[in-house]
Design a binder for this molecule. Structure first.
Ligand code: SF4
Length: 504
């Protein structure tokens, strides 16, 4: 067995391909309701295949970037599946652990936690992993523990657990430029700072971002970093916008193909802005990106995120959505494409103050219309959005919530799932108060009910028409159906719970 001195890993909720269905990963953000915890974990986050060394065939993309950077810099580093970590406790000198939502403080985990009163499984699974024999033993033998990723800030709210686990350092931000130096210091036994926030001066340039060396979960590859829209609640916007060149995209698709992964998820905060001018999509680079993906990949093409303004603008001006879907994405083997989008609010007043460029190039006052038009375009073209809404944005008034509820009514005809999230202080609003149950109003309850009904209606339709039709996914599909029936039944019970919150 090779003696890796740097081991990169995470807990099972992250180290899973969610049966090849990225959207099922959302289940890891909730508590195991309606199913025994083990069964729920299997449904949300089944184990991944590993090689003879315990290295996962597919691993989270962020961990792949760290692994690639460290290997390029000459370290003996590898990603190891959490179940195989115990094999490396005698060789590991630096244990690196990444996560999207370590303690379930991010959306939508914190919302499910608040509504159900039960801790989400991502939190339980992560804490269990940190207390596992392998992590405790590695620490006892002197390994330095470094944690990081987009949810690094959550450790500041878990100081007791931080101490209990003996975490040596927390790193937040894009790490490509700084990570080799940090690991070198850790290996040399130098003192490490408790917390490092990688600032704009240390943002990696394109040439400093390495090509991944192993397959990523569900073939996800990054095509751009950063976002020009500047929403005040978002930390992504603090990063400069960079487009990953097509040659690099090609190399990363090849890495995935070599591992037998024939699907691709194009990852970016607004995939339709790939190669664009500011907030305006430009058809040529987006078409070239899809042409390349379709030429290389026999399976499905998906997008991680796009903005609703880009959907409307690119279709209204260039018929880009219809062209991409009909010529590159949809086929006999792919009936739809899924993507995450942000509605956040239906109130033009709030849109103007909190996310003035979200509707751009359209004015913020047109935001509800932009949302509705984009939903209609996506529905027509078999693009299924998973949309977020933020409840409790700073400065939110009752009439803003009513406007959002009215917008949800207008979105009824369009196939989509909508996930409401409670405001979490991030980005330019990181010093503001968290939204908690004491702030829940009757307008919020009305909105949440509309959203739940909308999502359950369309989730059933999506499952019936398109989702998890593969033979080997039949048991998972059946479980998912059972789970949804249970949630539907529970809605009647959730309403009085929320009503009680308001009454308190
Ligand atoms: S559009 Fe999305 S990624 Fe861009 S700043 Fe707004 S919330 Fe962040």
């Amino acid at each position: 067995m090779p003696d890796y001195e740097v081991v990169i890993t995470t807990d099972r909720t992250m180290m899973s391909n969610h049966h090849g269905k990225e959207f099922l990963g959302f289940l890891t953000t909730g508590p195991a309701v309606g199913l025994p915890e083990k069964v729920y974990m299997w449904l949300a986050a089944p184990k991944v295949k590993v090689d003879y060394e315990g290295k996962p065939i597919e691993a989270p993309y962020g961990l792949r970037k760290v692994e690639a950077k460290l290997i390029d810099e000459g370290f003996k580093a590898a990603i190891i599946d959490p179940d195989y970590l115990s094999r490396y406790v005698s060789s590991v000198k630096v244990l690196m652990i990444g996560h999207h939502d370590f303690f379930a403080y991010g959306p939508p985990s914190n919302e499910w936690w608040l509504i159900t009163g039960r801790e989400p499984i991502n939190r339980l699974s992560f804490m269990k992993f940190m207390r596992s024999d392998a992590v405790v033993e590695a620490k006892r033998r002197g390994a330095k523990i470094i944690v990081g990723g987009p949810a690094a800030w959550q450790w500041l709210w878990e100081l007791k657990f931080w101490k209990e686990c003996g975490v040596d350092m927390v790193v937040e931000g894009e790490v490509e430029r700084v990570i080799a130096d940090i690991v070198r210091k850790a290996l040399d036994g130098e003192e490490l700072p408790d917390y490092v926030l990688v600032g704009p001066n240390d943002t990696p340039s394109l040439s400093e971002i390495p090509v991944i060396k192993g397959a990523s979960i569900n073939g996800l590859i990054e095509v751009m970093r950063g976002c020009p829209r500047g929403c005040k609640f978002c930390s992504v916007t603090l990063r400069p916008l960079r487009f990953i060149p097509l040659d690099t995209v090609k190399e990363e698709i090849e890495v995935n193909l070599r591992s037998g992964n024939s699907n691709v998820i194009l990852h970016g905060e607004d995939v339709l802005l790939y190669g664009g001018y500011g907030v305006k999509p430009k058809p040529d680079p987006v078409i070239k990106l899809h042409e390349l993906a379709r030429k290389m990949v026999k399976g499905s093409i998906a997008w991680s995120h796009t903005s609703l303004a880009s959907v409307k603008y690119s279709e209204d001006n260039f018929k880009l959505i219809s062209k991409l879907m009909s010529e590159y994405v949809l086929s006999d083997y792919q009936e739809f494409i899924g993507v995450e989008v942000g509605i956040e609010t239906g109130s033009p007043r709030l849109a103007r103050t909190i996310m003035p460029a979200k509707a751009a190039p359209y004015p913020p006052d047109m935001w509800p219309e932009v949302v509705e038009d984009a939903f209609s375009i996506m529905h027509e073209n078999n693009v299924i959005p998973a949309a977020t809404l933020i409840v409790g944005l700073p400065g939110e008034r009752g009439d803003d919530v009513v406007k959002t509820a009215e917008l949800i009514d207008r979105l009824k005809p369009y196939r989509s799932v909508i996930v409401p999230m409670f405001f979490v202080p991030m980005g330019a609003l990181r010093n503001r108060d968290w939204f908690d149950k004491n702030y829940v109003t009757s307008e919020h309850v009305d909105l949440m009910l509309k959203v739940l009904n909308h999502t359950l209606y369309w989730a059933e339709d999506i499952l019936e028409r398109y989702y998890m039709k593969e033979q080997h996914l039949k048991p998972a599909r059946l479980l998912l159906k059972l789970f949804m029936s249970y949630i539907k039944w529970r809605i009647g019970k959730v309403v009085p719970t929320i009503a009680t919150m308001i009454a308190r």
